[in-house]
Design a binder for this molecule. Structure first.
Ligand code: ADP
Ligand code: 5GP
Length: 210
């Protein structure tokens, strides 16, 4: 039976640990493809063009939108972010699960277009721990951290649009939970209609029905 690829959307407050979970998940399980987004924000120290993101200018980003090269895009704290179409569609067609680590406006655009996408929302164990992680990461100024915490307040209102929450307390547990949710999603009847129809046909044959 050919397994169909699923889009898995992973959202969560900045600093909740999405990137850390994705890194550990893809290191442990090699069947997942991680989409690389385009963004107009500057690279952080250690980030490389084409690895964490495709870092592009505003003009390049607008060109991508115009050419329908993105399956979703959104503005987040003064910058644009978007998911390139080709990579996602190629992987899905090849039966590979694709993970999109994107914010909430983009997640809703994906749910509209890809009805069987699975939406996960990563939460820290507490708001205090979130602030600690954001500060501990040491990649943003106090002002940007403040803006990101403000954005988190707004994002918290939209959590009910997601299919699952994942609490990232112990990293390894969060990784296993994400893997478990994706594995379970592959077992739903709507994602296995070809197998089910085939079984019905076989049963009728075995039972001698016309
Ligand atoms: P996000 O991608 O959601 O913005 P990151 O993956 O960059 O968040 O994580 C934010 C910070 O929190 C990083 O410094 C990371 O090392 C730390 N972190 C992530 N997961 C955990 C965890 N389970 N326990 C403690 N610290 C964590
Ligand atoms: P960061 O600047 O911390 O890398 O990302 C900021 C926010 O943008 C995060 O919530 C991240 O998930 C989101 N993001 C990253 N890529 C995309 C994308 O392609 N589309 C959308 N909608 N959000 C994205």
């Amino acid at each position: 039976m050919k397994r169909k690829g699923i889009i898995i959307v992973v959202s969560g407050f900045s600093g909740a640990g999405k990137g850390t979970i994705m890194k550990a998940l893809t290191a442990k399980y090699d069947q997942y493809a991680l989409s690389i987004s385009a963004t107009t924000r500057d690279p952080r120290p250690g980030e490389e063009n084409g690895r964490e993101y495709f870092f592009v200018s505003n003009e390049e980003f607008e060109k991508l939108i115009k050419e329908d090269g993105l399956i979703e895009h959104a503005g987040y704290v003064n910058h644009y972010y978007g998911t390139p179409r080709k990579f996602v569609e190629d992987k899905l067609n090849a039966g590979i699960d694709v993970i999109l680590e994107i914010e909430i406006q983009g997640a809703l655009q994906i749910k509209e277009q890809y009805k069987d996408a699975v939406l996960l929302f990563v939460m820290p164990p507490s708001a205090e721990e979130l602030e600690k992680r954001l500060r501990g990461r040491g990649t943003e100024s106090d002002e940007v951290i403040r803006q990101r915490l403000q954005t988190a307040c707004k994002e918290a209102v939209g959590i009910e649009n997601y299919d699952y929450i994942v609490v990232n307390d112990v990293l390894e547990d969060a990784v296993e939970r994400v893997h478990g949710i994706i594995s379970a999603a592959h077992g739903t009847p709507d994602r296995n209609m070809e197998f089910i129809e085939n079984m019905r046909k076989q049963l009728n044959d075995v039972a001698g029905n016309e």
